[in-house]
Design a protein around this ligand. Structure first.
Ligand code: 13P
Length: 294
């Protein structure tokens, strides 16, 4: 069932669990996320970055693929189709392309411009029934080979952005996209509490869900995180399973007893199954299993 993400995240905030946001890259990814959410009776957010959407053929392709699979697989749990880290143009394009939720990431813009554009996109998104996430303070990550500790957002800036009518807010609390560096200082729970208070307990989003120790995830959910973004984790297990399959010679057409293991439906199956397993592990950790009827 395709929905926006507003109510599912309000229910998560109230019920002290988090909904998983899983980035998709293709059909296998999408199918794995949908089937696993259905199996666990969990709401789910399937997201595409601008780059992944370009790879797949554009925003309409992404929206139509998710909608098509949702219908064909008989998915009854709530599913939001979300743009991840969109710029202004991408956010506008996704509002028209059949997404049900957008993230406008104006965190690299001067604050006044972030405010103005977020405000405009809130009106456009809500007019069409979409939910909208905004961001304050960039989420850390590896750029040019340098990995810093994640940024921590200023509660006052969070307050201003939250007051614009957005549905959920990504605010850095020391989190980082991708693999965490050795010696990472961990999540800043004191900052999380200040942001919660400043934003009047709007649902908060934790980016960089890969590699955060389970006890910190549980703590963050307890303290008000309602949406957790996971991307790298699924990429890693997909790659690992595919490499293992190939190393075992199963894709080799010259191998003895070759059973056409190079057929993409066979070649991509271990990766698909690995994503199902990873998504299941995350949904159970986030506590959203059996929360489809919020
Ligand atoms: P990871 O790739 O670290 O899981 O982060 C995903 C993310 O935050 C997407 O917005």
């Amino acid at each position: 069932m395709i929905v926006n993400a507003t109510r599912m995240l309000q229910a998560a905030k109230k019920g002290h669990y988090a909904v998983g946001h899983f980035n998709t890259n293709n059909l296998e990814w999408t199918k794995a996320i949908l089937l696993t959410a259905q199996k666990l009776n969990s709401p789910v957010i399937i997201a595409s970055s601008m780059g992944a959407a370009k790879y797949m053929g554009g925003y309409k392709v992404v929206a139509n693929m998710i909608r098509g699979l949702d219908e064909a697989l008989g998915i009854t749990v709530p599913v939001a189709i979300h743009l991840d880290h969109g710029n202004y143009e991408a956010a506008k394009a996704c509002i028209e392309a059949g997404f049900t939720s957008i993230m406008f990431d104006g965190s690299s813009l001067p604050f006044d411009e972030n405010i103005a554009k977020t405000k405009e996109l809130v009106a456009l998104a809500h007019d069409k029934g979409l939910s909208i996430e905004a961001e304050v303070g960039a989420i850390g990550g590896t750029e040019d080979g340098i990995t810093a500790d994640g940024e921590v957002a200023d509660p006052e800036e969070c307050k201003v952005i939250a007051s614009l009518g957005i549905d959920f807010l990504a605010a850095g609390i020391g989190n980082i996209h991708g693999i965490y560096p050795e010696g990472w200082s961990g999540l800043h729970f004191d900052a999380l509490e200040k942001i919660n208070q400043a934003t009047d307990y709007i649902p908060l989003v934790l980016h960089g869900g890969t590699g955060i120790p389970d006890d910190q995830i549980t703590h963050a959910i307890h303290d008000g995180i309602s949406k957790i973004n996971v991307n790298t984790d699924c990429q890693l297990v997909f790659a690992e399973a595919t490499i293992e399959y190939c190393k075992a010679g199963k894709a080799d057409p010259t191998a003895e007893n070759s059973s056409k293991g190079y057929d993409p439906r066979k070649l991509l199956k271990p990766g698909f199954e690995a994503i199902c397993k990873k998504v299941e592990e995350k949904i159970r950790l986030f506590g959203s299993a059996d929360k489809a009827n919020y």
